[in-house]
Ligand binder design. Structure first.
Ligand code: NAP
Ligand code: ZN
Ligand code: ZN
Length: 356
């Protein structure tokens, strides 16, 4: 038994996204011997937290504690757990459970984030059976199934590692799986939290050229300093689409708006190029795609969801080895409401990380 009190920032309704989360106690999922309890030291703020607080992807099971870029200390480790030791530094990303059955085509091949038998998210999900709900990391503690709890390599600062657990992996996975590396020219659309990791990891994976693509010119200096070879400001650079036609092998798009110039982005792909959407708009709609942006250059449009624990571990090791340094801004856990407001207003440069 444990007498740990779980406390966090509770979103109680759709207004909570306006900085109206309330601090309070919550009942974590029912303990099993497959679980790990974590005393949270850091938690990054992801764009998904905003969608979930405002029920943007469907009704949120309030009360909801968001936050799925969690780092902390393992303070209780289930008897069945082999790879986590009590007292060590661990992390949790956006996923808390998949079926993990041997006959699951996804789980048995390292594709847990696509499990067709049901994914439980780190927050805002209801567990099957009577295990309760999942609660995230704007909190003192988190309880998650150990399969989705990772050891954090030495050499990575906790505040830097936290946002890699969702923001980092969500771009690392589609970059890696779609051939980002030497000989490739890669575009990252929407240089926010995910997008800035896109630039960092595309470089770390050895792409020949990395192009950051956002709306305003004011980010140009930052994005070049992050390591991009080029920057395009779609609201301000005249004829940007025409000037960059058929120039990229791969694009990863983090924008979550049905107003984005999607067809213009697609014209930037070379023949047989690939466009991967990771930004997840409220309601899910993207702008309509014109068939004649797809057919004449034989391009592919796809999507990608976070990454598996094994892929996260690989990414963290690469980050440690190549000294990938995210641009984060630390905020006190106490100011979570203001941090949510600031993220929503596009003020993060480029990821807020709450600190307990
Ligand atoms: N697929 C997955 O597994 C997964 C995982 C995590 C997050 N996500 C989703 O990815 C999205 C981005 O998350 P994030 O944490 O990176 O958010 P973020 O830090 O707010 O960054 C999003 C960026 O998109 C750009 N943008 C916003 N509105 C736009 C518009 N109307 N038109 C064009 N560009 C726009 C902004 O860049 P500029 O202002 O510079 O243009 C902004 O920096 C969210 O929808 C989130 O839920 C998906
Ligand atoms: Zn996220
Ligand atoms: Zn499965």
């Amino acid at each position: 038994m444990s007498d740990t009190k779980f406390q966090g920032w509770l979103g109680k309704n759709e207004e909570s996204v306006k900085g109206k989360m309330e601090w309070g106690e919550f009942e974590p999922k029912k303990w099993t011997e497959d679980d790990v309890d974590i005393e949270i030291s850091h938690c990054g703020l992801c764009g998904s937290d905003l969608h979930m607080l405002k029920s943007g992807w469907g009704p949120t099971p309030y009360p909801c504690v968001v936050g799925h870029e969690i780092i902390g200390k393992a303070v209780r480790v289930g008897k069945n757990v082999k790879h986590i030791k009590e007292g060590t530094r661990v992390g949790v990303g956006a996923q808390a459970r998949s079926c993990l059955q041997k006959d699951c085509p996804d789980c048995s091949s390292g594709l847990e984030s696509y499990c067709g038998n049901g994914v439980v998210n780190t927050y805002g999900s209801v567990y099957p059976g009577d295990e309760g709900k999942s609660y995230g990391g704007y909190a003192t503690h988190n309880r998650t199934n150990a399969h989705f709890v990772l050891n954090i390599p030495e050499g990575l600062d906790s505040a830097d590692a936290a946002p890699m657990l969702c923001g980092g992996i969500t771009v690392y996975s589609p970059l890696k799986q779609n051939g980002c590396g030497p000989g490739k020219k890669v575009g990252i659309v929407g240089v926010g939290g995910l997008g800035h990791f896109g630039v960092l990891f595309a470089k770390a994976l050895g792409a020949d050229r990395v192009v950051g693509i956002s709306r305003k010119a004011e980010k140009r200096d930052d994005v070049l300093k992050l390591g991009a070879d080029e920057y395009i400001a779609t609201d301000e650079d005249k004829d940007w689409a025409k000037n960059n036609v058929r120039s990229l092998d791969l694009i990863v798009c983090t924008v979550s708006s049905d107003k984005m110039p999607l067809n213009d982005y697609l014209t930037m792909l070379k023949t047989k190029g690939t466009f991967i959407q990771v930004g997840a708009p409220d309601g899910g709609n993207l702008p309509p795609i014109n068939a004649f942006t797809l057919i004449p250059n034989g391009i592919k449009v796809g999507g990608s969801a976070i990454g598996s624990p094994a892929e996260i571990a690989e990414m963290l090791q690469l980050a440690a080895d190549k000294k990938v340094k995210p641009w984060i801004q630390k905020r006190s856990m106490k100011e979570a409401n203001q941090a949510v407001i600031d993220l929503d207003a596009g003020r993060a440069r480029y990821r807020y990380v709450l600190e307990n």
